[in-house]
Design a protein around this ligand. Structure first.
Ligand SMILES: Nc1ncnc2c1ncn2[C@@H]1O[C@H](COP(=O)(O)OP(=O)(O)O)[C@@H](O)[C@H]1O
Ligand SMILES: [Mg+2]
Length: 378
């Protein structure tokens, strides 16, 4: 079966992963040195893909890695469960090894989980929620210790993806508890990855931040134009198509340079080209329209969800028409129909919380280029 030329929507491996050699080098180095690292970017820039590649490199050089995705965790017990399960899977390998080895790992835990093994050999754990609530941090600390021991003298790294989630758990978030954990995680590199820049910055940046100074901050930017354009052209050829430099550049710009959207639009352009060998600018435009049409009902829902906050709706519409740094200027207040700067701050803060707007080089804009197009069209 032929591989699709472009991929989006989920983390990617080669051949869909391009560039990022410098960032990859940084993450691998820190993982191997047992240094903690924060990987921050808006959603869909490629954090998970990057960390996955880094983990593979560390593992293939003999290190031990574990990957925990906190996205669906809603309380302390679930955070602990996800992390413990990730470590057990990382240590045992994808297919699960001898029961004996699993049992010896379990013996090192102070809080005992129930364990089941799936048909594919993958270990699943569950913890008594009432027990785990009070002792969740012990569970996590033990998981880190198990990873460390399993690594022996080789590198060990625990990835905590979607880490922004911890800020919404408990009364004050779990940042402080993770600081204590990071302090005590001798020999294990903790890799904190998160979107939601404002939240991740609250956790990591500035004197009062719970995780301030705990590790290196890597703020992931978009893939630069040159390697991304070369990638688009190369992948078009594998599908028996041609995409000129300027067309690839158009894809890059219309998709705001965000890797996920660039790949989505490139695929739509290729599909719009039909039997034509050359993917032209017109095909990309057509592809963009198709994407916006297909997502129209989702966009409508997203917009309707803001109905109780019309200032947010108007802010979003205004930014779609005119991205701007001057959100407190009279022209902007008038356009949004609010009386003062506070109202704009509140609206932007809420929209930022939903990851619907981004601020880049001081300019506020709609985060999703396709949503922006939909708003302008409507
Ligand atoms: N290095 C890369 N090269 C090309 N495309 C990428 C790269 N990293 C990510 N992408 C694109 O972005 C999408 C989302 O990647 P992902 O790693 O899940 O991002 P994040 O974790 O930041 O939300 C992928 O499906 C792919 O289309
Ligand atoms: Mg991700």
């Amino acid at each position: 079966m032929e591989l699709p030329p472009y991929r989006f929507g989920a983390p990617v491996d080669p051949p869909w992963f391009c560039d990022r050699q410098r960032e990859l080098g940084v993450v691998v180095d820190r993982m191997e040195a047992g240094i903690h690292v924060f990987v921050l970017s808006p959603r869909r820039y490629g954090k998970t893909s990057l960390i996955r590649r880094a983990s593979e490199r560390v593992a293939s050089a003999g290190g031990r890695t574990a990957y925990a995705n906190l996205l669906l965790a809603t309380n302390e017990a679930e955070v602990a469960t996800v992390i413990l399960q990730a470590v057990l899977r990382g240590v045992l390998g994808p297919a699960g090894r001898a029961r004996h080895s699993l049992e010896s790992l379990l013996r090192r835990l102070r809080v005992h989980p129930s364990v089941s093994i799936g048909l594919d050999g993958a270990v699943s754990v569950s913890l008594d929620p009432s027990l785990a609530a009070g002792r969740w941090i012990d569970v996590v600390a033990d998981a880190v210790a198990v990873l460390h021991q399993a690594a022996g003298h080789r590198p060990a790294a625990l990835v905590l993806d979607e880490f922004q989630v911890v800020s919404t758990i408990g009364r004050t978030g779990l940042g402080g508890a993770f600081k204590a954990l990071a302090d005590g995680a001798e020999g294990v590199s903790l890799v904190f990855a998160g979107s939601h820049l404002a939240v991740m910055e609250q956790l990591t940046k500035g004197a009062g931040a719970p995780l301030h100074g705990m590790g290196e901050r890597l703020v992931l930017d978009v893939v630069p134009e040159e390697p991304m354009v070369a990638y688009l052209q190369r992948r078009a050829r594998t599908a028996g198509k041609r995409m000129g430099r300027s067309t690839a550049g158009l894809v890059y710009r219309l998709a705001d340079a965000v890797p996920n959207y660039v790949q989505q639009l490139a695929l739509a352009g290729l599909e719009a080209a039909g039997a034509d060998v050359e993917i032209a600018g017109g095909h990309v435009e057509l592809g963009l329209r198709t994407i916006v049409e297909r997502q129209a009902s989702t966009f409508a829902q997203q917009f309707e969800a803001l109905a109780s906050a019309p200032a947010q709706q108007r802010t979003l519409k205004e930014l779609a028409r005119r991205p701007t740094a001057s959100v407190y200027a009279k022209a902007f207040l008038d356009a949004v129909g609010v009386a003062n700067a506070n109202a704009v701050t509140t609206a932007l803060h809420a929209l930022d919380g939903r990851e619907m707007v981004v601020r880049k080089d001081r300019v506020w804009d709609v985060a999703d280029p396709f949503l922006r197009r939909w708003l302008v069209q409507e």
